[in-house]
Ligand binder design. Structure first.
Ligand code: CDP
Ligand code: CDP
Length: 210
């Protein structure tokens, strides 16, 4: 039987991954960052010295292995662990241009749907409720002001052009960042992490989630 999917979408630094981790831990579901899949491929194109325009031919020859252990999901690209490279500044700068390539999205979506065939998931990203699992009844869209999101990234010490990624993610032709139909929107600008996690869990438990 396919697993249940709780879809959590939103722009960069809206709190998706922290909230999804917390919700998954409470429910005993597997936490999956779909962004990690795009980041793994972004690291791969940098490693192989190719451009996003060359990605459709390149990606068909790639082997992405999804490993599950006690610490969760890790990704191996062509046998190499991508984990240490996912947050690198160069990866962050490459990921949105690469994620606009439909062949890359097709490859990632196949991997994400395969996970849902086996596990209950809390999955976060940009198009999880709109494109990857449009039929799931559990959809959330987290948001926060651009200033607060930039502050959150800066506090993490990350070099990351959040605003530029938002622009590219929201304007691309394929699967742009959007509020999925039926999603519950939570503005997290003035909410702490625990408050958002509790709100999501309450909505799920109350069955208010469409
Ligand atoms: O953590 P943050 O929200 O900053 O980024 P992420 O979730 O790791 O996603 C990195 C990038 O991957 C995003 O800026 C998008 O370009 C792309 N992405 C996407 O296109 N679709 C998804 N479902 C998830 C990520
Ligand atoms: O996954 P996404 O890029 O949407 O955001 P995140 O990586 O979960 O959160 C970015 C940073 O904001 C983390 O350091 C969180 O602890 C922090 N955060 C916060 O201060 N308040 C919230 N309500 C949510 C996240």
């Amino acid at each position: 039987m396919p697993g249940r999917v709780i879809a959590i979408d939103g722009p960069a630094a809206s709190g998706k991954s922290s909230v999804s981790r917390g919700v998954a831990a409470k429910l005993g579901f597997l936490f999956v960052s779909s962004g990690h899949f795009y980041r793994a491929f972004a690291w791969g194109v940098l490693r192989d010295g190719i451009s996003p325009e060359q990605a459709p031919g390149w990606i068909s020859g790639r082997r992405l292995e999804v490993r599950l252990d006690a610490s969760g999901v890790s990704l191996l690209l062509d046998g190499e662990d991508a984990t240490p490279h996912l947050s690198e500044a160069a990866t962050a700068a490459m990921v949105s241009p690469l994620a606009a390539v439909p062949a890359v999205r097709d490859m990632v979506n196949t991997c994400l749907r395969a996970l849902a065939a086996e596990h209950d998931l809390v999955m976060e990203g940009r198009d999880i409720g709109s494109v990857v699992f449009p039929d799931t009844p559990w959809k959330f869209y987290l948001d926060a002001s651009p200033e607060e999101r930039a502050r959150r990234r800066a506090r993490e010490g990350a070099v990351d052009s959040v605003a530029e990624r938002d622009r590219l993610d929201s304007t691309r032709a394929t699967a742009p960042l959007t509020i999925p139909e039926g999603a519950i929107v939570i503005d997290t600008t003035h909410l702490g992490l625990d408050g958002v996690i509790s709100a999501v869990l309450e909505l799920i438990n109350a069955g208010d989630v469409r």
